[in-house]
Design a protein around this ligand. Structure first.
Ligand code: CP3
Length: 325
């Protein structure tokens, strides 16, 4: 998760050249290059397209920018009336630029390295569109959803439709696997989780499976906790990413039971500290999940202060314990 990025000096160099984060996302040669950087360094089994979940609101016509050192900013959409600022029919122009990165990557990557395409889940993307920025509690989107269900549902519907178009185009361009990031799923109460996380993701999975039955889809309902097995069954995802708080025993016993491939849940901060603590936890995860369909992964994005050599050590440790059983 976030395998490319600021912890790599070669990324920072390209990022500087691109002049702005979104420019980097919309420069196929440079975006392909930063996707390949961690693959060259570490030989991961899969590469994830370098882009961002906020490309979708940008393509829909909302103003999006990345304030240096502060994260994403958007001109907030605070009511149903403001949805008229969006132009869904124009989104394909920007999607096609990202898809050019995907085709380049499928050509440049080794055949055995899977290419993961992705987008944000409608709920998570909506939290940024409504709040205008990241927030610890996603209050603006929750208040919109509770106060004007019909209006908020229209926003979710626009995102479902456009995200299907976007992911489908990524598959046509060469993505082998798709991932849907619902990073803020955990801020929804159970009934709203059903309505705004499960349902929209299910609609996306249903259409994508009709169009591309061979392409596995991974969900990441971060913070979903004990609702995760139901999330898997009801959305129909083939794989599920677990955050750092998910107990390994629950991953092994309850989530695996759904038939989905489980991934996660190493704490990205263990990759910063490294050493014994990292090695010990890697062994615990691998041993606990032994015999279940499992993909080793972090529980959330890699952080900029991660020493690259710790990532190298991690890969060595996983490969040695997996071989040793
Ligand atoms: O993993 C990869 O290498 C693929 C690229 C990728 C990025 N963002 C690049 C990025 C992926 C898969 C994402 C997903 C994403 N983006 C999510 C969902 C997963 C998660 O982490 O919860 C979310 C919520 C976003 C929105 C977003 N983009 C935020 C909140 C930020 C700021 C965070 C920060 O660390 O500054 C971004 C910026 C961003 N997206 C960076 C990268 C490499 C850092 C930007 C930079 O280079 O300045």
């Amino acid at each position: 998760m976030r395998q490319a990025g600021r912890y790599l000096p070669e990324y920072r160099e390209v990022r500087e050249k691109a002049g702005g984060f979104l420019n980097l996302c919309y420069s196929p040669a440079l975006a392909a290059e930063v996707t390949l950087q961690p693959i060259r360094r570490f030989g991961f089994d899969a590469a994830i397209l370098f882009s961002d979940i906020l490309v979708v609101p940008d393509a829909l016509g909302q103003k999006v920018w990345f304030a240096e050192g502060e994260g994403p900013r958007l001109e907030p959409i605070e009511s149903e009336a403001e949805l008229s600022r969006l132009a869904p029919h124009k989104a394909s122009i920007k999607y096609s630029i990202i898809c050019e990165t995907v085709s380049r990557l499928r050509q440049d990557l080794p055949d055995e390295t899977a290419l993961i395409g992705f987008c944000g889940a409608p709920w998570t993307v909506a939290t940024y569109m409504v709040g205008g920025r990241g927030s610890p509690d996603q209050a603006a989107a929750r208040l919109f959803a509770y106060g004007d269900r019909a209006g908020f549902s229209k926003l979710i519907d626009i995102l479902v439709e456009s995200s299907i178009e976007y992911l489908s185009a990524q598959v046509s361009a060469g993505a082998d696997v798709l991932q849907i990031f619902d990073s803020w799923a955990g801020s929804l109460p159970e009934n709203e989780f059903q309505r705004f996380a499960v349902e929209p993701t299910h609609r996306m999975v249903r259409v994508l499976k009709e169009r591309h039955p061979e392409v596995p889809i991974i969900g990441f309902p971060r913070g979903a906790g004990i609702l995760t097995p139901d999330f898997v069954r009801q959305t129909g995802v083939d794989g599920v990413s677990c955050d750092t708080s998910m107990p390994l025993s629950f991953m092994r016993d309850e989530i695996s039971k759904t038939g989905a491939v489980v991934q996660g849940n190493l704490d990205p901060l263990l990759l910063v500290s490294g050493g014994e603590a990292l090695e010990r936890r890697v062994r615990e995860i691998v041993h606990e999940m032994a015999g279940k369909p499992f993909v080793f992964n972090l529980g959330h994005g890699i952080v900029p202060q991660t020493p690259p050599e710790n990532v190298g050590r991690l890969v060595e440790t996983i490969r040695s314990v997996s071989v040793a059983g």
